[in-house]
Design a protein around this ligand. Structure first.
Ligand SMILES: [Zn+2]
Ligand SMILES: [Zn+2]
Length: 279
């Protein structure tokens, strides 16, 4: 099972480099990650239950796959070692449940420890959780035709989305779960995180040098969601995770403007300026 599986990876890589040429050095890292992650999973014969991850497998994934990916980067490999130690310490304290954890439990642990709220940790955690989930689960949920009442919460796995895309029909948006890959439609003109409907409390911005990517924000909950616009791109299903990695500068801009990821994932290394958010 490939590390990125939802969509046409080769076409997405080419298209990403065309739209975001500055992503080239990071694309090489993505290639290394795909190779290391694929090798790691191929070597693992055990059946993984998608709702309860064996923690030793998870920590081994972080350690082996990411140290291979960032082999020549000393500060990155040190950071990987630190993160594995911090997670291990947390899980040792909680002896009763040390064996397995659900993805939601892992994410809430990350959110409870400021030392784990960095863009690099988010990168490792999201890629590994998504890959392990997809390796364990072959089931496909039926696409939902009506807007979801739960907004940004994935109807299949219950994890909050970070990005989505515009639909052909004007004004409609789909979210895509970074974890299980499910795609669902959300209510028109409503904040997917807090349900705000007042139009003057919502808005979006774009950046000229980053085409096809929009930050939709809500002044009620201060959350933002990243929405891609592929209405001009025909013929392949984009791997949204790759586009997301290629446009992290938009997450930086959103945080600098005072908004926070509604997904609660720290995808930005920019310091937060909460006071600059307009109320
Ligand atoms: Zn999901
Ligand atoms: Zn909101």
């Amino acid at each position: 099972m490939a590390a990125f599986s939802a969509g046409n990876l080769e076409a997405s890589k080419k298209h990403c480099l065309k739209w975001y040429p500055n992503f080239k050095p990071s694309m090489d890292v993505v290639e290394k990650y795909c190779k290391a992650a694929g090798d790691f999973m191929n070597d693992r014969k055990e059946t993984i239950h998608k709702d309860r991850l064996p923690m030793d497998l998870f920590l081994e994934y972080l350690e082996i796959v990411f140290k291979k990916t960032f082999k020549n980067d000393k500060s990155a490999t040190n950071e990987i070692g630190r993160v594995v130690d911090v997670l291990q310490d947390h899980w040792k304290k909680d002896r009763e449940t040390v064996g397995t954890r659900s993805p939601k439990e892992i994410l809430s642990l990350i959110n409870s420890d400021p030392s784990l709220q960095t863009d690099f940790v988010t990168l490792m955690i999201t890629l590994s959780l998504a890959h392990i989930h997809r390796s364990a689960s072959q089931e496909k949920a039926d696409p939902i035709q009506n807007p979801s009442e739960d907004g940004a919460i994935c109807p299949v796995c219950g994890i909050k989305a970070h990005f989505g895309m515009l639909r052909e029909e004007e004004g409609y948006r789909d979210l895509e779960c970074w974890h299980c890959g499910h795609i669902w439609m959300i209510q028109r003109l409503q904040c997917p995180y807090c349900g705000e409907k007042e139009q003057h409390k919502m808005g979006f911005f774009e950046a000229e040098e980053i085409p096809g990517c929009r930050i939709n924000f809500c002044k009620n909950c201060n959350g933002y969601v990243k929405i891609f616009d592929f209405r001009e791109v025909e013929g392949f299903k984009p791997v949204l995770m790759l586009y997301h990695l290629a446009t992290l500068i938009m997450d930086d801009l959103a945080v600098k403007e005072g908004f926070q990821p509604g997904s609660e994932l720290s995808w930005s290394s920019a310091p937060e300026h909460k006071e600059s958010a307009c109320h």
